[in-house]
Design a protein around this ligand. Structure first.
Ligand code: SF4
Ligand code: SF4
Length: 167
């Protein structure tokens, strides 16, 4: 399924989903990198050593959720845009998903957007609460998207409505 469509299976997703107990304790990286490819910036850039050393550069990344603090450095460094930061307890009803983003226009903070799942299907609204950019981020922004808590492990992209203001 993944090879044909690019969309991971439920088993794939289960395999990279932190336990609810960990999600409840604060932001954490969710690494959706399902194929063996010659790539390792997630490992080399992590300042906390939360991603296990890749002896073979083709290895899939393995993260220790107890060491990861959700800083987002790996999400910005990942050329595959395959890492998302999930802050499940952002508020009582909302989760915050930090989504790597390389398109233009970049959404403005405060914008309400359509939240999309991994298949690109709209599954609700999201609010852009912060756009994290910087010279040291190359062209990858991190879009901080507030969504309903129930969608925390489903929202992985977003779409701006036509005519929505952007910068
Ligand atoms: S979010 Fe930060 S601490 Fe966690 S794996 Fe990525 S770089 Fe390391
Ligand atoms: S940097 Fe991204 S694409 Fe490369 S191995 Fe890590 S998660 Fe996969």
């Amino acid at each position: 399924m993944l090879r044909k469509t690019g969309v991971p299976t439920l088993d794939d997703i289960r395999s990279i989903t932190p336990e609810l107990e960990r999600l409840n304790r604060g932001p954490v990286a969710v690494i959706e990198c399902f194929q063996e490819i010659p790539c390792n910036p997630c490992y080399t850039k992590c300042p906390r050593g939360a991603i296990k050393e890749m002896i073979d550069i083709n290895e899939r990344p393995q993260i220790d959720y107890e060491i990861c603090n959700g800083c987002g450095i790996c999400a910005i460094a990942c050329p595959g845009l395959a890492i998302f930061i999930v802050d499940y307890n952002y508020s009582k009803d909302k989760a915050l998903i930090k989504i790597p983003y390389e398109f233009i226009p970049i959404p403005a903070e405060g914008l309400i957007v359509r939240a999309l799942n991994r298949e690109g299907v709209s599954i609700g609204d999201g609010k852009v609460v912060r756009v994290q950019t910087g010279k040291n981020q190359n062209r990858t922004s991190l879009i901080w998207l507030e969504v309903d808590k129930s969608l925390a492990m489903d929202v992985r992209n977003f779409k701006m409505e036509e005519g929505a203001y952007a910068r």
